[in-house]
Design a binder for this molecule. Structure first.
Ligand code: C2E
Ligand code: MG
Ligand code: MG
Length: 510
């Protein structure tokens, strides 16, 4: 190779550019950098940075050029990785929030210029938390990847699919014909998510909730579009999931309403606006009062009488339920103590929210309620919901066992409506099943519901659990339940929830 120039050997396009650079340094006398990216013999791309420094003779004339090359492949790879970490989601490889925001801002500028519309679609998996908690994080990650892949298959190449965090995904759809065309996309996505996911060798139904906001109808800026798509998604989720909603101003009104309730609710305990009502529980054979369920009522100075369906969810979302729940426990214990001290055995059932378990101070607060009121644990029944058992099963089991060991009995509320993973019935300390009101309501008109009620009763009997039928409103329902082996009932037939002093816990003439 001696005596030949690069263009002479091996020759090529790169060699030409390299020689030009060398000539440039010879002519100008100024040092420069020449970078090159070429495939090596193994086909790998090798990045080099070549520093070209002029060398002069005594008179100052440039006589040669010193070329020192460095392999910067690793540096370049790291730079690329940093770029992808900054703009792409590590788990799914989709765009991340930063890149999504950037593209959204760009698309809004374009849409404004061309007077076109664009859509933002937010998607949240309906049962991600349950999968993540029960099957583990690796399976959770696999679910996210598969969800991202399904989502990407449902949209066009120039739409942006991003994972914003957790189980929340976003799609940016620039250049849509009209807002209506987005429902086609949403439908397609829902169909894709209705297919069960194959995770860890088993099929899992996941489902998705979608919220849609449209530029410029709903908002003209990125923050507004994301916020409104989020409100719409929240509405889709609350409607039961596996569905989509367009943003409407109504959702903003509801969000304000939630906020107003939250603000007032923060002061409900200290302003003594809460009251416990008690609904009788009876043996249906003779109507004898054996206990009651404590049900919360909020006599708000701002809204009047508020029923739990309107504020318990908000109290749970905001964590207020922890303090409210502590108040409920104490009141219920005080009532149980007063009734039992009068000599009539009477068990008071108290509803517990999953949030109270997550807080970690539940056992302590219950113990406090007992000692403050002189109530005994065997006078109290704790009602939990099936959804609790899906979350963090091991920790919940620990708490339940501790509570059981203290002497409380534990009931599953609204049994049959949740995500009934029946295995928990045999390995958790559960004493009572409460047959959900919806089954009792329909069992006289639908054979399938009647069969379901019979099955629940048979199952409880074989597991030696007690039963309570909720929402018994007619003699006919009571008859059917008794005939099939469920003796304890609760419902309007025997009494509505009422203030403490109205419940007659003396001789049993409820
Ligand atoms: P739940 O625990 O399943 O309570 C039974 C609900 O069914 C009560 O509604 C009761 O009034 C209603 N009910 C009882 N019998 C009948 C009947 O024969 N017919 C009909 N149509 N309804 C009947 P309420 O008081 O509005 O409470 C609703 C839910 O709010 C409760 O459902 C419970 O999940 C929750 N809740 C109430 N108080 C508390 C509380 O102190 N803490 C927590 N975490 N949740 C509570
Ligand atoms: Mg209950
Ligand atoms: Mg119930």
């Amino acid at each position: 190779m001696l005596g030949t120039t690069p263009t002479e050997f091996p020759g090529g396009e790169w060699e030409q550019r390299y020689e030009e650079a060398l000539r440039g340094v010879l002519a100008s006398g100024a040092a420069t950098d020449f970078s090159s990216s070429r495939h090596d013999t193994g086909g790998r791309i090798v990045h080099r940075l070549i520093r070209l420094t002029p060398e002069r003779d005594r008179s100052g004339m440039v006589t040669s050029v010193l070329a020192v090359g460095r392999d910067i492949t690793e540096l370049m790879e790291q730079r690329e990785k940093i770029h992808s970490l900054a703009f792409f989601d590590f788990v799914t490889g989709l765009a991340n929030r930063a890149l999504f925001n950037d593209r959204l801002a760009q698309s809004i500028t374009d849409a404004r210029w061309h007077a076109t519309q664009l859509g933002v679609l937010l998607l949240d998996l309906d049962r991600f938390k349950a999968v993540n908690d029960t099957l583990g994080h690796n399976v959770g990650d696999a679910l996210l990847r598969e969800a991202g892949a399904r989502l990407s298959r449902c949209v066009r190449d120039y739409d942006t699919v991003a994972r914003l965090g957790g189980d929340e995904f976003a799609v940016l759809l620039p250049e849509i014909r009209d807002a209506q065309s987005l429902s086609g996309v949403a439908d397609k996505i829902l169909v894709a998510f209705a297919e069960p996911f194959l995770l860890d060798g088993r099929e899992v139904a996941v489902g998705a909730s979608i919220g849609i906001a449209v530029y410029p109808n709903d908002s003209e800026d990125a923050d507004g579009l994301l916020k409104f798509a989020d409100l719409a998604m929240y509405a889709a989720k609350h409607a039961g999931g596996q569905g989509f909603r367009y943003y409407t101003a109504e959702f903003t009104i509801q969000a304000h309403e939630r906020l107003r309730i939250e603000t007032e609710l923060r002061h409900a305990v200290e302003r003594r606006e809460l009251e416990l009502y008690f609904q009788p529980k009876v043996t249906m054979t003779d109507g004898r009062l054996i206990g009651s369920e404590a049900l919360l009522r909020w006599k708000s100075s701002a809204f009047g009488m508020v029923m739990p369906d309107r504020f318990i969810g908000i109290a749970e979302d905001t964590g207020l339920i922890v303090d409210i729940g502590a108040w409920v426990l104490r009141e219920a214990c005080a009532a149980a103590r007063a009734w039992n001290a009068a000599g009539v055995p009477h068990k008071v059932a108290v509803n517990l929210s999953p949030r109270q378990f997550a807080d970690g101070s539940l056992e302590e607060r219950i113990a406090e309620a007992l000692s403050a009121t002189g109530c005994r644990p065997e006078w109290i029944e704790l009602e939990i919901t099936e959804s609790l058992l899906l979350e963090n099963a091991e920790r919940v089991r620990g708490t339940l066992e501790a509570l059981r060991a203290m002497g409380f009995s534990i009931a599953i509320d609204d049994f049959g409506t949740g995500y009934s993973a029946l295995s928990y019935l045999t390995n958790l300390p559960i004493d009572v099943l409460k047959i959900d009101r919806s089954f009792v309501k329909d069992m006289m008109s639908y054979a399938s519901k009647a069969e379901l009620v019979r099955t629940i009763i048979a199952m409880a009997n074989s597991l030696s659990m007690h039963l309570v039928a909720e929402g018994v409103e007619t003699e006919e329902q009571a008859r059917f339940l008794l005939d099939n082996g469920c003796v304890v009932g609760q419902g309007y037939l025997y009494g509505k929830p009422m203030p403490k002093h109205e419940l007659r816990v003396d001789t049993g003439d409820a």
